[in-house]
Design a protein around this ligand. Sequence first.
Ligand code: SF4
Length: 368
Amino acid sequence: MTDAQPILEARSLERRFVTKRAFFGAPTIVRAVDGVDLAVRAGETFAIVGESGCGKSTLARLLVGLIPPTGGDVRFEGRSIAALDPRALREIRRDIQFIFQDPFSSLNPRMTVGALIEEPLRTHGIGSARERRGAVARLLDKVGLRPEHADRYPHEFSGGQRQRVGIARALASGPRVLIGDEPVSALDVSIQAQVVNILEDLKDEFGLTLVIIAHDLAVIRHMADRVAVMYLGKIVEVGRADRLFAKPAHPYSEALLAAIPVPVTGRKPVKVALEGDPPNPIAPPSGCRFHTRCPYAQPRCASEEPSLRDVGGGHMAACHFAGDLNLTGVGADVTARSEAAQRRFERYATARAAMAVKIDTNKPSREE
Ligand code: SF4
């Protein structure tokens, strides 16, 4: 793989769901992911954001192979996953792992934590029984749990501890890409900080690539190198997180940033706020899908669909007027726009200073 080649790619990726079949009528189709192109670089934290129902969780499941696409392609290190033989596919399954939003429902309640973490090692034939037990103990240590926790069951743990177990399980096969679907949103705010820090420490230690799905822009600003913004199944903007937060190029991104609550006194409120629910994805608007909510819409927006184009330095936006609009961002001041976000960042810093997660560089070896 060359430096320029992404580790994970979506090309014209589509996922359609048939929701119901009317009597003697045509099936109703939801285009949850509708022609997405994106490229995740090795070693980066790539975030996908958007309102509930925009398709970001479906996109995450497509990228990890939990659901098959109905069109397009996912590529890992340039290789199309759909074209792989079963053995190569098993190898790639080790390299791309998933962290679920709800750690409780994703962990089998009848299995001990040790068995849950060991399961991917057994599935992929990694190590002897003794080596696997050692690997489980090391993985528990890395996520801030103790070796004796291996004998307990998921219901004996708090939500934050269960998410740590989920992370340890995802790490067990030695993946190179971790995809997290809202990995901290189900947790208490103070616990979120610990889990975010664990993810960042593990990313640094193992050279992981993180793909994080989230709706909390404070978490995104804290973690992400680059951000993709999704609206009704399509990517409408993608670029470096600092630039996108400081100077968004798409009106939808501006509206999302404006929705961060509680402006501090002395700051001018931004000129746009996101109003109303997204349109029905079964019948998305013609032209630009955002035109029914966009304060900058012009007549051509209702008939002509904008494509993603470079607005400078690799920053892409799908808006006919991207680059011409003087949109307002929040920049590094995202925390200053929200007292809740500010408190969260302070907790991140405090938790990071207090944490002494010992990093052990012994990775479980792969059995040839
Ligand atoms: Fe708004 Fe038109 Fe740009 Fe769409 S193309 S985001 S409707 S200005």
